[in-house]
Design a protein around this ligand. Structure first.
Ligand code: SF4
Ligand code: SF4
Ligand code: SF4
Length: 204
């Protein structure tokens, strides 16, 4: 079998970025299939279609997983916020893997429906339970249209990069604060030492 890259596998995944496969998104699952021999049957939003495509690419027979996948395949969905109940806590924004929610602190929030992948991650994050998931009658565009999948992938990657940058900045700020604190304590100790042991007066 020729070697398959994570990017080739990721191109077949629905980009819902829900984590139902047990990994932190579609690309982490793709990487696990390449580097950890993760099985091909872990993506419920992809359903049978993705299972078969993965089997084809990775030269694995999907037949043993078909029945199980038919049962656990996940219906396409979109999130809707009951805006009059929203308290503007921003927790849903923090949970959304593709930045598909608009709003700011203490303001009503709303879902950008075309960007929503239906991952459901915002639902448990909402403290007032004002997010509904609407089951779509057909496959959402992002699941069938490559351009839409690419958009979801890009938004997920951009968010991951932004979070990594914010984490780095926070760590750097903490280190800076720690260095400042150490410097302050050192100077305070030196001042106390000088006060308790003033320099000897000139006897001349
Ligand atoms: S859609 Fe969800 S379950 Fe499927 S690979 Fe992406 S993160 Fe995993
Ligand atoms: S709005 Fe909710 S369901 Fe839609 S992508 Fe964001 S977290 Fe997932
Ligand atoms: S988590 Fe719920 S209450 Fe908080 S901003 Fe989002 S929708 Fe509004």
């Amino acid at each position: 079998m020729r070697s398959v890259t994570p990017e080739e596998i990721d191109a077949l995944l629905p980009q819902t970025q829900c984590g139902l496969c047990g990994y932190g998104g579609c690309m982490p699952y793709a990487e696990a299939m390449v580097f950890e021999q993760a099985p091909i049957n872990l993506c419920p939003p992809g359903g049978v279609k993705t299972l078969q495509a993965l089997g084809n690419l990775l030269e694995q027979d999907p037949t043993p997983y078909l029945m199980e996948m038919e049962q656990k395949a996940k219906a396409p969905m979109v999130a809707i916020i009951r805006e009059n109940e929203c308290i503007g806590c921003t927790k849903c924004i923090q949970a959304c893997p593709v930045d598909a929610i608009l709003g700011s602190a203490k303001q009503m929030h709303t879902v950008i429906a075309p960007e929503c992948t239906g991952c459901e991650l915002c639902v448990p994050a909402c403290p007032v339970d004002c997010i509904d998931m609407l089951v779509l009658p057909t496959m959402p565009e992002h699941a069938i249209d490559e351009a839409k999948r690419n958009t979801a992938r890009n938004r997920f990657n951009q968010r991951e990069q932004r979070l990594a940058k914010e984490k780095k900045a926070k760590q750097s700020h903490q280190l800076h604060s720690l260095a400042e604190r150490k410097k302050y304590i050192k100077e305070a100790l030196e001042r106390a030492k000088t006060k308790n042991n003033p320099p000897a007066r000139n006897q001349a």
